[in-house]
Write a protein that binds this ligand. Sequence first.
Ligand SMILES: [Zn+2]
Length: 297
Amino acid sequence: MESSQYWLVVRNSSMAFKQLFILLFVLFFWSSCSNEVKTPKEVKQLDQIENQAHIIWYWEDTFSQFEKFKLKQWIKSTLEATEKMLGVYPFTIHCTFHLSDADHPVPFGKTSRKKGVNEVHFYVNPSFELIDYEKDYTAQHELSHLSIPFINRDNLWFSEGYATYLSRLILVDQGYYAADKFDSLYFHKISDYPGVFNSSTATFTQVMDSLMEHHYYSHIYFGGSSFFYQVDKQLQLNDQSLSEVIRAYQKQNRLTDKRLPHVLASFDEISKSSYFTDMYAVYCNKTAAESLSLFFK
Ligand SMILES: [Zn+2]
């Protein structure tokens, strides 16, 4: 082969390669677009979500436009349900998504309220359907945390019990959890572990400390939620409810309270009772068996 012919072949094959490359690029672009938002209605919805000042979105890893749309829909509908139950939050929520390859729609979530910035983080596997995220409790749980200030780790049972109780309440209201199972969930989670929760020597908080040492978080979450279950029952006997108190709290002291005693005092003030501080004193000073006697009758 002569050199001029050789270069012609090379040039022709390089042009063919270029055309193939362009074709592949167009095909790739078209296929990725076909996965994205398509109808004008969906585009409008996405714009509305984007322009919602109440949530600022952050993407720690790479997500497709379609995945972003789906995840935003999920958080938007969950926040609506949360605020319907707990009142409109008087602050902007900073929502960050992280990629996870776990075989679960939301394997992990966390919140942060450092320097008055209310953050919520979700680790998600973006391959699930929207309904799978909505029925999962993680967003209801994390968003519920934000309705009160940060409670220090010594009182982890309080803050986790709070979010555990409220997330189930929201799920019931959303129709994702059966109302008649709500009470039995708490009785089941507590009364099925008499060895843990029925101590006649240790106080409730001492039991929680011991569970913390052994990393029995599930028991801490449901043990802590018993506090809110019991206070809610007391409020209901007085034609009030815990969610009503928390809704009023968003308008009153949410942005000024700093510590747990402030929150308890505010809740008492709103409910015109001493249920919250009284129950807290019981959980700190009485035995677990006495604190949780309702569940062992
Ligand atoms: Zn939590």
